[in-house]
Design a protein around this ligand. Structure first.
Ligand code: GKR
Ligand code: MG
Length: 421
């Protein structure tokens, strides 16, 4: 059989409206950026991928896309080699700073991941099988997601209040959870912390526990707390949280906290690549890893991560950043095929109004998505929407995500240094 070769890769940067969601390093800018990848092949089949939209990442995607022309779309290991060779040790920056340190190999994996998803979409279409089948087959038909709550302002400065309203205290957090659980049916709740004082965030968690006693809760301050503060918060929330996510920076700090609390610690910040796993295990830093195919190197790398988690009795969950439907489809296929991805996944989905995919395929019912069964990822581009969101990218004036820079443009005294409490 002759190989199906990559003949062309089109990368379209897009921007979509994002509310002023607060986190430990600032506030979301009015638009979130993504890149949409269309991989064309010699068999006339096109695959889709989605990745970050920062300017330097786009530049790397373009460089690698050129180098991938002619590669067999089934040869994903070769694609990773080509990616690493093309980038030649370049180290990318994560300007928003909430997904850990980035190494040269991590930069290659982040870049490759976008193309791997598109290649798997092509493979699935050629074989007439959903992407979950290429990852070992779906072990579940429904993939559960969690409600992702944020403190937020009523609007971006100068705008009218958005439809989500101001959320700056425990009562408003509970109201936000009520809305999300009612509209999406989520069966788990994550609160993005590191925004107000630990005391107020503890109060919000207790308010959530009282309002939704049956719903598992998580709190993620993105390393905003010292070791001492983390231990104190963990003790106060003992028995209340399903897991506590990234309370403090670094593997050693997390290990100190872990020794003092029975609550499992989870991370998407101190274990962000395979090389972090041995020291994390040696120190006992975390009990749950939040995977993310966008920076772990694609869907198959996360399947490999799952095996390691299983071997070492670590829990596995999934991290999210502001994203669109191609990423959501990829996350869903992956979670469907990984037996031990049993925690409800994070998603920013409820916070946006727009997308680049045709509607209808990814609809939340009872907090879960039904795994698409059509060939590939099972989602199609809406070309008008893609053009509209690309136009927005060109006019929005943002080319790199920086929550801190945006916050400082509003409050010049803001200091994004962590830990803060
Ligand atoms: O969207 O503000 C946000 C989140 O804080 C995101 O940037 C984090 O990477 O969701 C992420 C997390 O779990 O740390
Ligand atoms: Mg996190």
């Amino acid at each position: 059989m002759s190989p199906t070769r990559i003949t062309k890769v089109v990368i379209t940067p897009v921007a979509f409206a994002d509310p002023p969601l607060l986190n430990a390093v600032g506030v979301h800018e009015p638009f979130a950026l993504r890149s949409i990848i269309e991989m064309e092949t010699s068999d006339g089949v096109t695959g889709l991928g989605e990745s970050y939209g920062d300017a330097s990442h786009l530049e790397r995607l373009h460089r690698v896309a050129q180098a991938l022309i002619g590669v067999d779309v089934f040869a994903t290991s070769r694609m990773l080699e080509v990616t690493a060779d093309t980038l030649g040790g370049a180290v990318g920056a994560d300007r928003h700073g909430l997904t850990g340190q980035i190494s040269a190999s991590g930069t290659a994996l982040r870049t490759f991941a976008a193309f791997e998803v598109a290649a798997l979409d092509v493979q699935g279409k050629l074989l007439g099988r959903p992407v979950s089948d290429l990852l070992g087959g779906a072990v579940r038909e429904l993939v559960p997601f969690s409600a992702y709550l944020f403190y937020k302002w009523a609007s971006h400065p100068g705008d009218a209040a958005d439809r989500f309203g101001e959320v700056l205290d425990a009562a408003a957090i509970v109201a936000q959870a009520r809305w999300m659980l009612k509209d999406y049916g989520f069966g788990a709740i994550k609160l993005k912390g590191g925004v107000v004082s630990p005391e107020l965030e503890i109060e919000a968690v207790f308010a959530l526990r009282d309002a939704f006693p049956e719903v598992p809760l998580r709190l993620d301050p993105n390393t905003a707390w010292s070791v001492a503060t983390s231990i104190d918060v963990a003790r106060q929330l003992e028995g209340v949280l399903e897991y506590l996510e990234d309370p403090t920076p670094g593997l050693a700090g997390m290990a100190e906290v872990a020794r003092e609390t029975p609550t499992p610690l989870a991370t998407n910040m101190c274990v962000v690549g395979f090389e972090d796993i041995p020291p994390a295990l040696a120190l006992g830093s975390v009990r749950v890893i939040l995977s993310d195919h966008h920076y772990w190197g694609g869907l198959r790398k996360v399947s490999g991560l799952a095996e390691i988690c299983d071997t070492f009795d670590l829990g596995l969950s999934m991290h999210s950043n502001s994203h669109l439907g191609i990423s959501l489809a990829a996350m869903t296929h992956l979670a469907a095929a990984v037996p031990n991805l049993t925690y409800a996944l994070d998603t920013h989905w409820p916070w946006k109004d727009d997308d680049v995919i045709e509607g209808g395929v990814l609809t939340f019912r009872d907090g879960a998505l039904r795994v698409p069964t059509s060939p590939g990822l099972g989602v199609e581009l809406d070309r008008d929407a893609l053009a509209r969101l690309h136009e927005r990218y060109l006019t929005c004036g943002i080319s790199d995500r920086s929550d801190t820079r945006y916050m400082q443009s509003i409050d010049p005294t803001y200091d994004g240094t962590l830990p803060r409490w």
